[in-house]
Design a protein around this ligand. Structure first.
Ligand SMILES: O=C(O)CCC(=O)C(=O)O
Length: 203
């Protein structure tokens, strides 16, 4: 069974989820409720979502969620609140982001399977800052099979306004997912702030 975070992980204190061959920090309530609500309203009213597909066992299947991208020089730009939140996350992580990737989980049947971001690319060490909005879902991490690491899977409930920061070697040695949970009826939005190329923010 995945390990649940202890109760003292709440109350706005950052919690280190991964500290070995990777660097993953969970920050509950990174955004206050009003900012998180405004961001959801903006994204819901002004995002063109797409249904992606991928090949599985020789058949093309739809991925179980909708996705979009926004950012500098992109067809869908930052919204005003997204721009404010980007700056907040840039200050906190001392990293500049030039785009974000959005996931829309319409209910608990939508999910993302185990994967590492930027697998196999030279950008695997870039910081990914992942913001949760809407319905609470589980975010899970486990070591990759060939990592040599022997930790059990880690599971954290990510709520409206919570932030997970993945840095360092995380994408090389760990993978993550949001599992299905058919009991969940509410919608969740996830915004991952990313950079096309590594840059360090001045402030
Ligand atoms: O929804 C999440 O919290 C994770 C999203 C994710 O894994 C991804 O966009 O690569």
């Amino acid at each position: 069974m995945p390990r649940q975070l202890p109760l003292f992980a709440s109350a706005k204190n950052p919690t280190i989820l991964v500290g070995d061959r990777g660097d993953v920090t969970y920050i509950p309530e990174f955004l206050d409720r009003a900012t998180a609500d405004t961001l959801v309203e903006e994204l819901q009213s002004d995002t063109q979502w797409q249904a992606d597909s991928r090949m599985m066992y020789g058949k093309r299947v739809l991925v179980p969620r909708e996705t979009a991208s926004r950012g500098d020089r992109m067809r869908q730009p930052w919204t005003p609140t997204l721009e404010v939140v980007r700056k907040m996350i840039e200050r906190h992580t001392r990293t500049a982001y030039d785009y974000c990737f959005l996931n829309l989980y319409r209910d608990g049947r939508d999910a993302v399977a185990w994967h590492g971001d930027r697998d196999g690319t030279r950008d695997a060490r870039l910081v990914v800052a992942s913001l949760s909005l809407g319905t609470t879902r589980q975010f899970q991490l486990r070591p990759k099979k060939d990592s040599g690491l022997l930790y059990n899977p880690i599971s954290v409930d990510v709520n409206h306004g919570d932030l997970v920061i993945m840095a360092g070697d995380t994408q090389l040695y760990w993978e993550h997912r949001v599992p299905r949970d058919p009991r969940i009826t509410g919608e969740r939005l996830n915004v991952t702030f990313r950079q096309h190329t590594a840059r360090t923010s001045a402030n």
